[in-house]
Every structure is written in structure tokens, then in C-alpha cells.
Design a protein around this ligand. Structure first.
Ligand SMILES: [Zn+2]
Length: 454
């Protein structure tokens, strides 16, 4: 009677029952072990995910491909990733992002955990466009992330919508390269005629007629060498402006150009009319800016080490990678000169373009850029004169040797600085005058009609 009940019962079980019971117990024990293993594996997967993300963030912040151990201690021996399935991103994933104030591509990529390697690859593709260097507030981005287990390769493409008619798509070519493709929608130019009388400032008076600030500023810049808008203009003076605004089927792109402007002041008419070379001339065909474009951005001529080439192929990807400028083999420290009067619109340091300066000329219809500088000597917003020293040449960014990369853009498109599109003349040549004269006559007719009607 001293023996425990269980022992008695065990003994009393038939032999077959004993075997069944043992098999059941073994089964339970196995299940319990497996459950524990699964739990452990889930935990490991979680660790792996966490490490991948923190490594990823670390990579984008420190340009370091090795995931950083945040504690600084050696990784736990149990945290081996060998038997853990790689993390899958469901995809392809499309994301939209609207640029807000203070954003740069770098901060945006950090938010999406896109690596600094990808950032550099895309900035490299943008070297001859420099479109990603001026992401305005409100610009929309469309990102496509690949179905990939490797976060660092996840960005497949990015489209940047610069305005309703123009976007750029950066496509991944391989692990370390992107190429770009520009998309331009069909647009139309709508003509608008404005006229008014000065009461107060020219700016305020022009605004009242329906012209926007960008258009008024552009008109002022076109005539700035001929009229002192702050002192010369007085109440009762009149003005007429013909402006073209670019529209798509549905929207205004924000691009515009002044076709002609006239100011009646002090018994004179001061007029400026756009010629098909992109420059403004008075009705006699003489340039309004006393200085035309300089041919070269330096005092003396340096050997051209690489020409403007819209069809250049990238040596590694084989894709079209235009060379939008002319490279001059100028030694480091060569004074760089503004090639026309203008306003400094950018002074930046780019990982590939290096230190660079951009200047807008003639109310924005022309732009020049000077890349790989050792030192910029002007600030954004500064007004510069043709021939004024703005920088020292250098070898910054990705550059195979000291040189000055010089670009000219006409109406937002790059042109050969040494070609025919750059206005180097101070008056329209004789053959082109009949065409110019008839354009001026048509514009003046519209101006006079509008002025009478208002
Ligand atoms: Zn170049």
C-alpha cells in the first residue's frame, strides 16, 4: 500500500497500452521542442530585420556599407543569420512624395531608407543636368522600389516632375549606375498683351494690369541698361508688354517669355523686342545690353579638352549621357569670368559637378554654369557684369584633372557655348533684319491697339 498509485496503475496497464502512451509522450515532447525552435527562429528573423534597417540607416548616414552594431558589443553568438530567410519587400512598390521646404534629395532618401550609394549613383547621372540640385517646394517625385531582398538596390526608378510639361526619369542601369530620360509634353504659347499707366512704382502699376511678379521682374531686367526704374519712371508714364505663357492641354507650365516691352517716359519710347536668337534688341536691331556674351569664360583661350556633345555615351553603361558643356584645360586657380550680365542663381557644391556657379541672364532666357571650381567668389542673388571675375577654376567633384566645365543654356536647353546659338553680336545682322522688322511692327501694332482700348 506504500507504493504510489501511479506506479500501481502503470504496472496494471496492458503492454500495448504502455507503448501507445510512450509514443504519445514522445510526440508531445517533439512538438514542444519544435515550437521552441520556431519561436527562436521568429526572434532571429526579427533581429535580422532590425539589423538590416539600422544598418541601412547607418549606411545612408555614414556612407558605410557595413551595418553598424549600435551597442558596440560583439554580436551575440545566437544571432547568426545563416538559417534565416531573407526579408522580402512586397513589390514593385510605387511611392509618391511632394518636396517640402528644407528637403534635399539626401534627406528624402533617408526617409525612404534609400542608401547613400544609390544617392551617389543618381547624383552621378544628374551631373550634366543638375536638376536634382534645385528641388523646389511642391515638386512631386514618383519612386519605384524593386521587389528585392537587398534594401540598397531597391530604388528602380525615380521620376521628378519639374513642371506640368517637363519631367525627368532616372532609371537604374546596374548596381552602381543610373541613366536619365527627359519627358516633355506638347505645349502651346499663349499671347497676352498688357498696357497701363504708372501710379506709384513700375512694379505695382504693372501688377495691377494682371502681369505676374516673374514677368514684371523679367521686363525690368530686359530694360535695366536703358531705364532706371527706381528714379526715371514717374506718374503718368505708360507701358505696354506682350508676354507669351506656356500651357499644356490642361495647365500653365509656369514658363513664359516677354516678346516685347515698351515704356513711354520723358517724351521718349524705350522698347525691347525678342529676336529669334533669344536676345532683346531695340527696334533698330541694336542689342540693349551694351555687352554681348563673351565667347570665353576666361581671360585667355585654353585648349578644349572635351567638347559639347549631346550624344556622348557613358563609358560604363553605354547609355546616352550628354556632355552639356565645354571643358577648357585651365590650370587650378585660373580666374573665371561671367560671360554676360546677370544674376547669380546658384552657388553649390555637388559630389560630381564640384563647386559650381550658375548665372541667369537676360531675364532668365539664358543661363551659364561654371563647374569643378576651386573657389566661388560670388553669392546667390548677386548681380554680376559681363567679364566680372566670379570664381577660380579647379578640380573639384568628379574630375579627371584640372579643367573648367562651361555651359550655356538658351530657354532652359543646353547649347554649344562655342556654337552659333550664343549671341556674341551687338546688333542683328542685315539678312535677319526684314524678319525682325515685321515682328516688331506686329508687336507694336498690338501694343498700340491695346493701349487705345484700355
Ligand atoms: Zn565637362
Amino acid at each position: 500500500m506504500s507504493q504510489p498509485l501511479t506506479q500501481n496503475k502503470w504496472r496494471s496497464f496492458p503492454k500495448t497500452h504502455k507503448w501507445i502512451l510512450l509514443a504519445c509522450l514522445l510526440g508531445i515532447a517533439t512538438t514542444a521542442t519544435l515550437a521552441g525552435f520556431e519561436k527562436k527562429q521568429r526572434a532571429l528573423a526579427h533581429i535580422a530585420e532590425h539589423d538590416a534597417l539600422s544598418g541601412f540607416l547607418a549606411a545612408s548616414q555614414h556612407s558605410n556599407k557595413e551595418p553598424l552594431n549600435t551597442t558596440g558589443e560583439p554580436a551575440s553568438p545566437t544571432a547568426t543569420l545563416d538559417n534565416v530567410e531573407p526579408l522580402e519587400i512586397p513589390g514593385p512598390l510605387s511611392l509618391e512624395y511632394t518636396v517640402s521646404a528644407g528637403d534635399s534629395l539626401s534627406t528624402i532618401f533617408q526617409q525612404f531608407r534609400i542608401s547613400s550609394d544609390t544617392l551617389h549613383a543618381i547624383l552621378e547621372a544628374d551631373e550634366d543636368l543638375l536638376a536634382l540640385d534645385s528641388l523646389k517646394e511642391g515638386t512631386k517625385l514618383a519612386l519605384t522600389l524593386n521587389n528585392s531582398s537587398d534594401f540598397e538596390q531597391a530604388l528602380a526608378s525615380m521620376e521628378v516632375f519639374k513642371n506640368p510639361s517637363y519631367s525627368i526619369i532616372y532609371h537604374r542601369v546596374d548596381d552602381t549606375h543610373f541613366s536619365f530620360e527627359e519627358k516633355r509634353a506638347e505645349t502651346f504659347w499663349q499671347e497676352h498683351v498688357y498696357s497701363g499707366t504708372i501710379h506709384g512704382s513700375f512694379f505695382k502699376s504693372a501688377e495691377k494690369t494682371g502681369l505676374n511678379p516673374k514677368e514684371i521682374q523679367s521686363a525690368i531686367e530686359i530694360l535695366q541698361d536703358k531705364i532706371n526704374f527706381s528714379r526715371q519712371i514717374k506718374a503718368g508714364d505708360r507701358f505696354e508688354i506682350v508676354v507669351l505663357r506656356e500651357v499644356t492641354e490642361t495647365e500653365n507650365t509656369g514658363n513664359m517669355r516677354i516678346e516685347g516691352v515698351r515704356v513711354h517716359t520723358n517724351g521718349n519710347v524705350v522698347g525691347a523686342f525678342l529676336h529669334d536668337d533669344g536676345q532683346y534688341y531695340n527696334k533698330n536691331g541694336q542689342s540693349l545690353t551694351t555687352r554681348a556674351f563673351r565667347r570665353l569664360p576666361t581671360h585667355r583661350e585654353y585648349r578644349v579638352s572635351s567638347h559639347f556633345n549631346p550624344n556622348r555615351r557613358h563609358p560604363i553603361t553605354g547609355r546616352i549621357s550628354p556632355h552639356n558643356g565645354t571643358d577648357f584645360a585651365a590650370p587650378i586657380g585660373t580666374p573665371v569670368l561671367a560671360t554676360a550680365d546677370g544674376v547669380v542663381s546658384r552657388v553649390r557644391n555637388h559630389p560630381y559637378a564640384g563647386i559650381y556657379v550658375e548665372i541667369e541672364h537676360a531675364g532668365g532666357s539664358f543661363k551659364t554654369r561654371y563647374l569643378h571650381l576651386s573657389k566661388a567668389q560670388v553669392n546667390r542673388g548677386q548681380r554680376v557684369k559681363s567679364g566680372q571675375q566670379i570664381a577660380l577654376s579647379g578640380n573639384t567633384g568628379r574630375s579627371t584633372g584640372p579643367h573648367l566645365h562651361y555651359e550655356v543654356h538658351v530657354n532652359n536647353r543646353p547649347v554649344n557655348a562655342l556654337g552659333n546659338n550664343v549671341p556674341l553680336v551687338t546688333s542683328i545682322d542685315k539678312q535677319a533684319m526684314p524678319k525682325f522688322n515685321s515682328k516688331v511692327a506686329a508687336l507694336e501694332h498690338k501694343m498700340a491697339q491695346h493701349a487705345d482700348g484700355s
